[in-house]
Design a protein around this ligand. Sequence first.
Ligand SMILES: *Cc1c(COP(=O)(O)O)cnc(C)c1O
Length: 298
Amino acid sequence: MEKIIFNGELVERTGINIDIEDRGYQFGDGIYEVIRVYNGKLFTKEEHIKRLYESAEKISMELPYDRNSLEEQLENLVKENQLKTGIIYLQFTRGVAMRAHGFPGDDVVPVFIAYTREVERPESSMKNGVKGILVDDIRWLRCDIKSLNLLGNILAKQEAANHGCFEAIQHRSNIVTEGSSSNAFVIKNGELWTHPATNLILNGITRRVILDICKEQGIQVIEKPFTVDELLDADEIFISSTTSEIMPIVQLAKNTKSDILLNEKTIGDGKPGQLTRKLQELFEKEIEKQCYSARLFS
Ligand SMILES: *Cc1c(COP(=O)(O)O)cnc(C)c1O
């Protein structure tokens, strides 16, 4: 049987009780991470753990473990479940307390759960590209926190699903921010543009790996807000996330619910563009480097 972690213990999934007064359950008061596992190894592990602690700090939540202990717990979980290709989902809520909006007392400790799931790499979608749809970004103004509160993201993703699209691309008064669970990029004349890592987007770890690759390869990156018109005028569009890696958007669907209404539009020639494909290759090399070759250190 697959194990999960509940408050630091490896247990059966069926063996735990979530309290109805858990603040995650009642308020979405908590934070989470999704970490990719390739070949039984955690990809960009340190970066995810670091972001988790940053998210915790931004909502004034003190996590009950230090980073090393948390890493060890997650690695044990992967080993125990013999996961090869998949993800770890982990979350901390602010704990269990009688329902009241304000923070509970210091005696209330965060509730931690983590589980693994087998998830293949989305190879055929990455090869052929997927459809996106433009939607309004209706989220709050602290999108830099990986919060359990995902209603805005959920409504955006459902709008995409309703139109047979893989992802919603959100814009806030004409500025493209990000996907519902991914970061958004456009390529124009060989330059890569993406929204700067402000409070209006979640600074994806995949995004950061891509930017590092570009720096190494001398590919020009411009972290600046760009408009919906610039999105439509792009040579290539892709989104990035832990589970979807680098996912080409080859078509935008006609939308019905945005301040900016668009007709269906094919991007480039309707196939993943050249620079997107190059970045996919380089990203795969990074996976190989981190998760397949024997590492000298660590
Ligand atoms: C998690 C997430 C991303 C992607 O981040 P990765 O670390 O690359 O998985 C982008 N946008 C939002 C809103 C997210 O929640």
